[in-house]
Design a protein around this ligand. Structure first.
Ligand SMILES: *Cc1c(COP(=O)(O)O)cnc(C)c1O
Length: 229
């Protein structure tokens, strides 16, 4: 039995993670209001998401457009003040759905996608907060632009209205110490005077907070193992 299928257990985990974030902030002298928690609900059932919505969690991350539509159509009508974050790779044909449901995109890494996104935002009469994904580990299978392309990429994206470029996001390589990756991200954020730094997942969020993360994306530590099949 997966203990996370029990409501009380899941809510305990949720509270424990939130308290841990608060005490990490306190030990670093950071204001906890400067760190937002996005709960990653990809591959998780509606029931568990509802438990968190009932507990007043209002920011969630999803990585597949169709799954997001299936689950969130009903959930958003019950909780319309919820903000969805798109954290997966963006495919052109999914842009319409992504624009319809999301408040922020964390994974922008192509100019042609940015342009299509902007055109779709105009059609739907929305603006869109965007983060640029940085491939800090130069991993071929992973999305994101190389750190040294950020300057020119930013310059181009900033001219594409109605996109609002808020900051950067990274997913460090799985088998490496994330710290140098987070430090590089912090440097980039300062160099380019960005507002948001999306980094830190279940296993490394404390280190991310210590490097200035403003948005944490935490999945299984709160919601349990995902059913990815
Ligand atoms: C799945 C995912 C997460 C959450 O990872 P956990 O290890 O479950 O906390 C965070 N960010 C991205 C981009 C993801 O795809």
């Amino acid at each position: 039995m997966n203990p996370f299928s029990d409501k009380e257990f899941l809510l305990q985990q949720y509270t424990a993670v939130k308290n841990d974030i608060a005490s990490t902030c306190a030990s670093l002298g950071r204001n906890p209001d400067t760190v937002r928690l996005v709960v990653v609900s990809k591959f998780q059932p509606d029931t568990k998401i509802r438990w968190l919505l009932e507990a007043n969690q209002r920011e969630f991350g999803e990585s597949r457009a169709e799954e997001m539509e299936e689950k969130w159509e009903a959930l958003l009508s019950s909780y319309p003040d919820t903000r969805l974050h798109y954290i997966g790779q963006i495919q052109s044909r999914k842009i319409k759905l992504i624009v319809k449901y999301c408040h922020m995109i964390h994974s922008l890494d192509r100019i042609d996608i940015a342009e299509k996104m902007a055109a779709e935002c105009s059609r739907q009469n929305k603006s869109m907060e965007c983060l640029i994904q940085i491939n800090t580990g130069a991993e071929v299978q992973k999305g994101g632009i190389p750190p040294d392309s950020l300057s020119s990429f930013l310059e181009k994206c900033r001219m594409i209205s109605p996109l609002i470029i808020k900051g950067i996001m990274c997913i460090p390589p799985v088998n490496e110490d994330p710290l140098p990756h987070f430090q590089l991200m912090q440097q980039l954020k300062n160099t380019f005077r960005l507002d948001e730094l999306s980094m830190g997942m279940s296993n490394d969020y404390s280190k991310a907070i210590s490097c200035g993360a403003s948005i944490l994306r935490i999945g299984n530590k709160i919601m349990g193992d995902r059913n990815e099949h």
